[in-house]
Design a protein around this ligand. Structure first.
Ligand code: M3L
Length: 288
């Protein structure tokens, strides 16, 4: 099994992540809290209360973990495609796979990575939602002191399975939308590249950026549900399941609730995925 794809996925995921984390914090807060009027309001309040550091809460952990998850995604995707079409990454532009194969491989990658992502994503969301300013004498300490403390507390309170709270919503979010992600990327690259040639850097950046936007646009409704289920038991009520969370969120807040975070998700998705795909393609081509 070729391992370069896993390594390239790891490095490219880490670079994309740092770029996107401030957007991600604003998104999670908008989706799960009602104190903000919009993106700008949330940014201003976060900056005032918590300084620039507020935007980077919960990042140290994803940088290690999400990079691993990205490596699983790209590694499984590429190896599934290899199994389906018998073409390796090097030959892939010369002998392009069918979109059906790309979609199946993307969904497979999405499904497998969702389970690796679930505990890390849960911890990220819980830390991002702690809006207390940095420790000041006399102020109550935040519930979780950091990622490890957060993981240990969740295990203690809910058992080890507690770490998988929201995992089913995450799987539903990621399986089809990562299929869409790779299909969009392939399609855009092929549209702007002469037949059977490798796409140039600018094409990869733009195609990667739009692939990110397309997949996040479709994923946002389930992203809201996922984040809410992950917060269940803290500031939120505990939902009985994905359907219960959908119905009660829509009843209380209207259908617009499913699009919360869409603008910010798209603004984040372009740079993150442009850089992810560019790094990935660059690394693989330079390794031959
Ligand atoms: C499938 N869905 C849109 C949910 C996620 C796509 C993940 C791509 C990239 N790691 C990023 O964070 O943007």
């Amino acid at each position: 099994m070729p391992v370069e794809e896993f390594v390239a996925g790891w490095i490219s995921g880490a670079l994309g992540l740092v770029l996107g984390h401030p957007f991600d914090t604003v998104k999670v807060r908008l989706q799960t809290q009602t104190t903000y009027q919009g993106i700008i309001d949330c940014m201003v309040k976060t900056y005032r209360h918590e300084s620039l550091l507020g935007f980077f809460k919960g990042m140290s952990f994803p940088i290690a973990s999400i990079a691993v998850v990205n490596s699983v995604l790209f590694g499984v995707y590429s190896n599934t495609l290899l199994a389906l079409t018998a073409t390796s990454h090097q030959e892939r532009w010369a002998q392009p796979p069918s979109y059906t194969h790309v979609f199946i491989a993307g969904c497979t990658g999405g499904f497998v990575q969702a389970y690796c992502l679930a505990p890390f994503d849960l911890i990220k969301v819980r830390l991002q939602n702690q809006t207390e300013p940095r420790a000041r004498p006399g102020s109550p300490p935040p519930r979780y002191r950091g990622p490890v403390h957060c993981a240990v507390s969740i295990c203690r309170e809910d058992g080890p399975w507690g770490l998988f709270r929201g995992a089913w919503a995450l799987t539903l979010r990621d399986t089809p939308t990562l299929g869409i992600y790779f299909v969009t990327y392939e399609w855009l690259c092929r549209q702007s590249t002469p037949d059977r040639q490798n796409p140039g850097a600018a094409t990869v950046l733009v195609a990667g950026g739009f692939a990110g936007i397309a997949s996040w646009a479709v994923a946002t409704p389930l992203d809201v549900i996922k984040s809410r289920m992950q917060m269940g038991g803290l500031k939120h009520r505990v939902y009985r399941g994905v359907l219960d969370c959908m119905v009660s969120s829509a009843r209380q807040e209207g259908l617009g609730v499913f699009f919360r975070g869409l603008t910010i998700n798209s603004a984040r998705a372009f740079p993150v995925n442009a850089v992810t795909f560019l790094t990935y393609e660059y690394l693989l081509s330079s390794w031959g």
